[in-house]
Design a binder for this molecule. Structure first.
Ligand code: HEC
Length: 194
């Protein structure tokens, strides 16, 4: 008797599951199904691509007013040209406090981002170069391809180079924030004396 009941319950469960699968699989394939938390789909905030009666042009995504810059953005108004490089070299100076901590961080960043080509002591003999990449000139003994000795490169020239790159060296603007660039430059100045 008990065994019969068990079988019936089992049978009913299988039928119920089969019915559920059948019903749900017949639903509109594009439907997102039940909305458990509708506020997540139909929220009161405007989406960027939505119409918006609060602005004159009726759009939600507004262009920032002329002359505004994002919070924390540091301007570097020197073009990626020889003139921009020379001008930055003359006008741009580090305002980073010359502390041991900044120097130490600059060294770490240099080891990560620059030493593969420039070498750990800045002689232009990094691992990538040992595998055939065009060697950069030594920071202390080499000549810059843009004229002058590498050891005389100023804050602004190095900052310009990290920001835009030069020839076989790419830009590091997306990897290093302006502050990080100044830390690396602190370390490069040390390597220029070796
Ligand atoms: C992929 C290899 C590579 C990496 C990585 C690299 N450089 Fe260079 N770098 C070069 C080469 C090659 C040159 C020589 C380019 C030229 O003048 O033709 C160079 C040149 C330079 C110069 C001299 C620019 C001048 O005015 O002549 C500086 C300064 C410099 N690199 C700094 C850095 C710093 C700082 C980093 C790390 C953030 C870095 N480089 C990462 C390859 C690299």
């Amino acid at each position: 008797m008990l065994a019969m009941n068990k079988l019936r319950i089992l049978g009913a469960s299988v039928a119920a599951i089969a019915a559920t699968v059948l019903i749900t699989s017949c639903k509109d394939k594009r439907s997102t199904g039940w909305e458990y938390a509708p506020n997540m789909y139909e929220h009161i905030a405007y989406d960027p691509d939505q119409k918006n009666p609060n602005f004159a042009d009726g759009k939600t995504a507004q262009v920032p007013p002329n002359g505004t810059i994002p919070v924390g953005f540091v301007k570097f108004d020197y073009p990626k040209t020889k003139e921009g490089y020379e001008l930055a070299g003359a006008e741009v100076h580090s305002t980073l406090p010359q502390t041991q901590a900044n120097y130490a961080e600059g060294k770490v960043l240099f080891m990560h981002f620059c030493s593969p080509c420039h070498g750990e002591t800045g002689q232009g003999d990094g691992l990538v170069v040992q595998h055939g990449y065009p060697p950069p000139p030594s920071y202390s003994k080499g000549q810059s391809s843009r004229g002058g000795a590498m050891k005389d490169l100023t804050d602004g020239k190095i900052y310009h180079t990290i920001t835009y790159g030069n020839n076989a060296m790419g830009s590091y603007a997306s990897q290093l924030s302006p502050e990080e660039r100044w830390k690396v430059i602190m370390y490069v100045h040390h390597l220029q004396t070796l």
